[in-house]
Design a protein around this ligand. Sequence first.
Ligand code: ATP
Ligand code: PRP
Ligand code: MG
Length: 285
Amino acid sequence: MTTIKLALQKKGRLSEGSMDLIRRCGIKVQNGIGKLKAEASNFPIEFLFLRDDDIPGYVQDGIADIGIVGANVMVEKDSHVEVVHHLGFSKCRLSIAVPKDQEYNGIQDLDGKSIATSYPVLLKKYLDEQGVTADIHEISGSVEIAPSIGLADAVCDLVSTGSTLFQNGLKEVEQIYKSEAVMVATPDLAEDKQAVLNQLLFRIKALQEAESKKYILLNAPEDAVERIKSVLPGMRSPSILPLAEPGWVSLHSVINENTFWENIEALKEAGAEGILVVPIEKMIL
Ligand SMILES: Nc1ncnc2c1ncn2[C@@H]1O[C@H](COP(=O)(O)OP(=O)(O)OP(=O)(O)O)[C@@H](O)[C@H]1O
Ligand SMILES: O=P(O)(O)OC[C@H]1O[C@H](OP(=O)(O)OP(=O)(O)O)[C@H](O)[C@@H]1O
Ligand SMILES: [Mg+2]
């Protein structure tokens, strides 16, 4: 069978989420420390461990067939790759921040000022849209230090918890791009490789589908079943099994976790007892 090449970040904010996803897809890989290429033992996939900035280019050129990268990097590199799936981890935002004591009334305040960033393309696009001209100072890391050492008036960098901004005396004033990890593919992927990618996406979607769902089991008197079904609208057609005790049944169904917490009191009042809510690992619809 054709092997597909997947480019992953070697070490950083994407690597744990990427490897965890691969593992949960049931794909077994052993990558010794420092080994930059590895093959799975039970799926036709080869892994290339790279710097994240290089991933869009490698996928665009077909050196890797697919890759996992932050959407922010994909857009910044203006690469011609196809986003085939949103993966929901490494969520962050690209934001402009200024020293916390500085008065800020809007983006116009940055006209004529200097902004340090590792994302000059995304920043320039935003400033152009806002009609603001600023001096973009590109640096490759530790961006948040820039104002305190007199390198720039403001910064534009990734924010997740906001702790790095806080620790460096900065406040977030504009959010310019929302990002998460995405799976990208070479445009016009060969048919046999597309088939392998489809198998991989099938597994990923089954995992994602299961994430917000739970399996619920509860006991109830037979005459309470209709009431219980109306309390949990997500419960489309539950399985109903007789219990050893006459007149009692066990209801099994799949629910949205949020629905459950919103309705727990009403569910008990409707007559449900011995409620168990258990995680679902994979879900194929
Ligand atoms: N604090 C964060 N929380 C969540 N996701 C983040 C965070 N910081 C960055 N990311 C996402 O993870 C990607 C990789 O971030 P990381 O900081 O590991 O990159 P890097 O230092 O450029 O790594 P490399 O050495 O591979 O070039 C970013 O492009 C972004 O999509
Ligand atoms: O809002 P926070 O949760 O504090 O996260 C934001 C920080 O995370 C990223 O850097 P990272 O820690 O990955 O280090 P790096 O500069 O080496 O990429 C990003 O560049 C910010 O500096
Ligand atoms: Mg990088």
